[in-house]
Structures are given as C-alpha cells and as structure tokens.
Write a new protein. Structure first.
Length: 185
C-alpha cells in the first residue's frame, strides 16, 4: 500500500485517528526510541510513504516557547559515550548525529523524561525535548524519505513535568490539525 503522507505519533491520547482527514495514514509508535524505530521501519515497508510527519508532545528547555512548534533539527541527548565520542554522537557509527528538516526549532531526543535542568541541553541550543523524533528521523533518512515534525509543548522539563504532561497530552491535537490542513493544501 502506498501513501503520500504517513503520520507517526507516540500515543493515541496525543492525536486521535478519527480526527484525521480521510485517507491519511497514522501509526502509533509507543514511547521511546526503540519503539519509534521499530514502528517507523515497519510502517515504511507497509505504506511506502513519500513523506513522514511526526506529531507529538515535548518539554521545553527554552522558557520563551509555547504552543505548536515546527522542528528544524533533532539530536540525541542521551548518547553518553565519552571519551569515545562527544555526548550526542554514537561512536564508530557513520550515520549522521543530527537530522534536519524544514522547521525552526532544535529538539533533543532521548529515552528519559526530562525533569531537571541539564546544562548540556542549553549549551547545544536545544529548544525542546522528546522521546521519539531522533529515531523517526534516522529511520526516514535511512530510507531516503523526507520528514517533518511538529511538537506541542506540554511542560517545562522540570520536576512538575510528569503531572503537566498528563494534564496537557491531548491539548495540541487541534493546533496540529490546523497545521495539517496547511501541509495538505
């Protein structure tokens, strides 16, 4: 089955399938980079998309941000292999350590829920943090499929993040659907 646009979202609570326009395919990856990788690769083989669009929630590192953001670049925030390679880079790996798209903001992806200040994130200019985008972008890149991502800010990446995220996990759907109309036009 071929599709022009495939949406990948971690959880149905972030974006309901029935809210999407007819003919738009969506898959739910679950939380984290491994789940996102496996789901993305399987969906690429199943749907053969021409473009992948990731929508999800995120914590903000940049305190001035809010709402729905388009992502320009994603890096790994949880690859710690010093002294073999600087943080964020996988040692002995020829794949890119960052992936770019057409958005505006920098996302740091990792398999942890950020609940405290991390000076490295600030030194890298990270705007927001999530748990799936790096894996989705890497899988799309590996299969030569362009990707874009939109993240809805649910929390401040601090000690209140868990409660804030649970409270706001579904608040970005309508903003994303408005953006999706623009993407499809």
């Amino acid at each position: 089955m071929n599709t022009n646009l495939l949406i990948i979202t971690a959880l149905e609570s972030e974006l309901k399938r029935e809210a999407l326009p007819t003919g738009i395919e969506i898959v739910y990856s679950g939380i984290g980079k491994i789940n996102a990788t496996l789901t993305t690769v399987k969906a690429i083989h199943q749907f053969a998309p021409k473009q992948i669009l990731n929508f999800g929630t995120a914590g903000k590192v940049n305190p001035s941000l809010h709402g729905l953001l388009s992502i320009a670049k994603v890096i790994q925030r949880d690859m710690h292999t010093e002294p073999l390679a600087p943080r964020g880079m996988t040692p002995f790996c020829e794949r890119p350590h960052e992936y770019r798209s057409s958005g505006k903001y920098l996302c740091g992806s990792g398999d942890s829920f950020v609940t405290a200040h991390d000076p490295w994130l600030h030194s890298q200019g990270v705007d927001i943090v999530d748990m799936e985008l790096f894996a989705i972008a890497a899988s799309a890149h590996h299969h030569d499929i362009p990707w874009t991502a939109y993240k809805y800010i649910t929390d401040d990446a601090n000690e209140n993040s868990g409660n804030d995220w649970q409270e706001k996990v579904n608040h970005g759907q309508d903003l994303f659907l408005q953006e999706l109309k623009q993407v499809l036009s």
